[in-house]
Each structure stands twice: as structure tokens, then as C-alpha cells.
Design a protein around this ligand. Sequence first.
Ligand code: FE2
Length: 285
Amino acid sequence: MTMTRRRFIKNIVYSALGFLGLSGGGYYYARYMEPAMLTTQTYTWKHPKIPASFNQVKIVQFSDIHLGFHYSMDQFKDLIQKLKAEKPDLLVFTGDLVDEPQRYHFSSEIPSLLNELEAPLGKFWIYGNHDHGGYGTEKLEAVMSNGGFTLLKNQVTEIKKDGDSISLAGLDDIMLGAPNIAGTLNQLNDDTFSVLLVHEPDIADRVKDYPVDVQLSGHSHGGQVRIPVIGSMVTPPYGEKYVDGKHLISDRLTLYISRGIGTTRMPYRFLCKPEYSIYTLHPNP
Ligand SMILES: [Fe+2]
């Protein structure tokens, strides 16, 4: 099926869903049940460049919460407790904390809750398109910083453990930020295991030209509503080619996309449960 034809069909179905709503039980399930079915996705990274002292290190990634768009503070509190219980070594947030920063009333509880999260190797975050949208840039920076998260905006940091290190890089949002892909990724080197945080997954096709071993993204929400045969209903720009899960982009680069926590555009999830991801590191191939 060509891209144009698929998009045409998708638009028809999208309109029909919006106009008629999902019918009966399907509507209730997609609107009220599946969006609350938070799941965990677990992966193991076995790589010769992972240093021995990083054996069993646990990285937890959460993404795309979209607070304010049918996602309440109570749900956020519940999420924080679940993330806390994971006891991550390293915690990364890959963008889109709130849906519309210009309209959202930021509770002072948000930084306090984020501060409850502990990760001995650090807590890092990157901007998503919704964080920059609606003059949210400074607001989000303050909230995340007060919550104990370090922003990686076209920056590279070394994660150190027992004398060894891996590199963690973060790009500014591809759509609404000022990403410096070459200037950031050229700071990485072939000898050090390198993880990149960037909100939009499809940029992997450019990232593969740099020494990045793993790219962690969100943005696509996994398609959010998946209609059998037809496909995903929410596929934003830069989240159309790589929508969900694990993709081998090149001999070096592996891409992982989180389906995210919340919803956007329409408050439904169907065959696409919300998730956060757990990556456990092993030094062997
Ligand atoms: Fe998002």
C-alpha cells in the first residue's frame, strides 16, 4: 500500500472515529480501560562496549506523559510510585511532560513528586515537541530542574561507575527545538558505549552516521490507536517510519521507542497499551 493511499485511508478512519466515536464496548475500552493499563517493556542490552562495572545496571525510560490531556495528577502520583518501586540506577525522561504548556496549571506538587524519584547514576531528561510548544520551554526547564532532573540539550555527559563510564547524549527537540545533531554526536567516540536520548524516533536515519549505539525515543505513542490491517492512527511527523519497539537501524545503532504514558490528540488507546521501559545492561555480546 502506498504512503499516500495509507494516509488517505487513515484520514477517513480517523475522521470516522472522531465523528461517530468508537462504537459501544470498543469505545469504552479504548477511552477508559486501555489508557489506564500501564505496562512495562523489558529489554536486555548485551554489548562488548558495556564496561564490566555496568553489569546489571538498570536504566528506566519514561516518556510522553501529556499531563492535562485526560491525564490527572492522581495518575501522575501513581506513576511516580511505580517508577520508584523499580529502583532504577539511571532514570531518563524522553519528553512531553504536559500536553499544552500554555494552558496547563502547573501544580507545585510536580517537582516534589519528581524529586521522590531516586537513581544513583542520575536523572536526565530531554525536550519533546509539546514541551517547547506554547511557550513551554522555560516552564518545563524549571519544573524538571526543580524535580532533580538534568536537561541534556545538545549535550553529552559521562555516566561513571567504579572507574568505568558510558556516554549519555541528549538532543534538543527535532521539531520545535534547535537540535545540533553533528555538534553533539561528534563528541561521542567509537570506543565508549553511547546512548542517545532524542524525542523523535525517525531521526535515527541520520543518527546512524555517528557513533551512537542505542537511541531512546518516544513521541509516536506507538500509534496510540491501532486498527488491524489499516494500522496506527497517531503517527506524528518524525514518528511515522519507526513507531514502536526495537529496530536495528545499522550494524551499530539500535533504536527503542517507548509507547509513552499518556495520550494526545484523542484520549484513546487501542491495542497499544501505555508503557515505560526497563533496560538491563550486560557487558558480553
Ligand atoms: Fe507525546
